[in-house]
Design a protein around this ligand. Structure first.
Ligand SMILES: Nc1ncnc2c1ncn2[C@@H]1O[C@H](COP(=O)(O)OP(=O)(O)OP(=O)(O)O)[C@@H](O)[C@H]1O
Ligand SMILES: [Mg+2]
Length: 345
């Protein structure tokens, strides 16, 4: 008994973040949108966890819940917890969150132009957090701002610091965003589609930079993307999300080479691969995700799934384990499921 407890607490220490059965909804004129419907996952220290899934599946709502950045109203936490170093973010006050944001957890958004202040020099924007959270002089803060700009490979940092965001290219602006997110050496960085707006070469540079900074500072990263190609290169663990739920979770190798969920298979088939025959066509996933005003009773992927069975329609799928930490929410792997017959559609 003791051994189990010790092992559990040891495992808990290894996770910087533990999201447990998180439920987040929006109250709208037309009714409640159940955007996040019982999401659970862990982020181990110094590792990268990717959250992937099609548009509207709840990736950003999950990320913004961790930062407590959702507008309330219309958003509200319906249940679950978000333990950051053992303390529940859901219960934190606005004042407590202001201390956590930037300092312990920071965020990089998709579009730097909407998150950078266009009327403030970039240096000042980098220094803002330092001056607020750390008891240092303006000169010291400026020195640190130049250092971090150099670290994210912005050339001529000493002069660039006095320029405004519009004087930077898209890729350089994203570096500035990462500099702001990194300057206080956070324990967790959440990057929500950090490279989607950039061309492929710049995208690769930014991802390399994040990896380099992670190796140097040991921070954990939550990387949100709809691009499984980015995931392969960057992450240790993958959460495949659909209609507000995690459908499959595992190491990056589990997800790519021992794929279990039909949705993950479809996502992978829609991705170009170097080892693919040139005559093979990429397959789009037909249909659209379900309406989250009235979420389906059973598996939300049911209507688009080639392997759907009768049971999938009205009964939530059970979660099965396929090796340590490899979880899949699908009826296909239920041990009592007959392989053929009336269950099939
Ligand atoms: N302010 C809001 N009011 C009502 N519904 C919202 C609001 N913000 C998000 N939603 C809904 O929550 C669901 C999840 O949205 P979310 O932004 O998390 O998707 P996403 O996975 O990040 O998609 P994308 O890849 O397009 O960024 C969607 O159905 C969306 O319509
Ligand atoms: Mg999003």
């Amino acid at each position: 008994m003791h051994l189990t407890l010790d092992l559990e607490s040891e495992a808990a220490m290894d996770n910087i973040l533990e999201v447990k059965d998180l439920r987040v909804s929006f109250k709208t004129f037309f009714g409640e949108v159940e955007a996040v419907r019982g999401v659970s996952f862990n982020v181990p220290r110094s590792k990268t966890v990717a959250i992937v899934g099609e548009s509207g599946c709840g990736k950003s709502v999950t990320a913004n819940s961790i930062m407590k950045l959702l507008p309330d109203p219309p958003a509200f936490y319906k249940g679950g917890s978000i333990l950051f170093e053992g303390e529940d973010i859901v219960k934190k006050t606005d004042k407590e969150m202001r201390n956590i944001r930037g300092k312990s957890i920071s965020m990089v958004f998709q579009d730097p132009m909407t998150s950078l202040n266009p009327t403030m020099k970039v240096g000042k924007q980098i220094m803002e957090g330092l001056l607020k959270h750390e008891n240092i002089s303006k000169e010291e803060a400026k020195k640190r701002a130049i250092e971090i700009l150099k670290m994210v490979s912005v050339p001529k940092a000493e002069t660039r610091i006095d320029q405004y965001p519009h004087e930077f290219s898209g890729g350089m602006r994203q570096r500035v965003m990462i500099a702001i997110a990194m300057v206080m050496n956070p324990k967790l960085m959440i990057a929500d589609e950090p490279t989607t707006a950039l061309d492929v070469t710049v995208q690769a540079q930014i991802l390399d930079l994040m990896k380099k900074l992670q190796n140097e500072f040991g921070m954990s990263i939550i990387l949100i993307t709809h691009d499984l190609g980015v995931v392969a290169d960057m992450s240790n663990m993958v959460e495949v999300m659909y209609a507000g739920q995690i459908m499959e979770e595992g190491t990056t190798d589990d997800i790519f080479y021992n794929t279990k969920h039909p949705y993950t298979r479809k996502l992978l088939a829609s991705l170009p691969r170097l080892d693919m025959d040139r005559n093979n066509k990429l397959q789009a996933i037909h249909g659209t995700p379900p309406d989250l005003y009235i979420p389906p009773k059973g598996c939300p992927f049911y209507e688009r799934c080639d392997e759907a069975m009768v049971v999938c329609k009205d009964h939530p799928a059970p979660i099965s384990e396929h090796g340590k930490g490899h979880l899949c929410r699908c009826w296909l792997y239920d041990e009592n499921m007959p392989k053929e017959g009336t269950w099939n559609l």
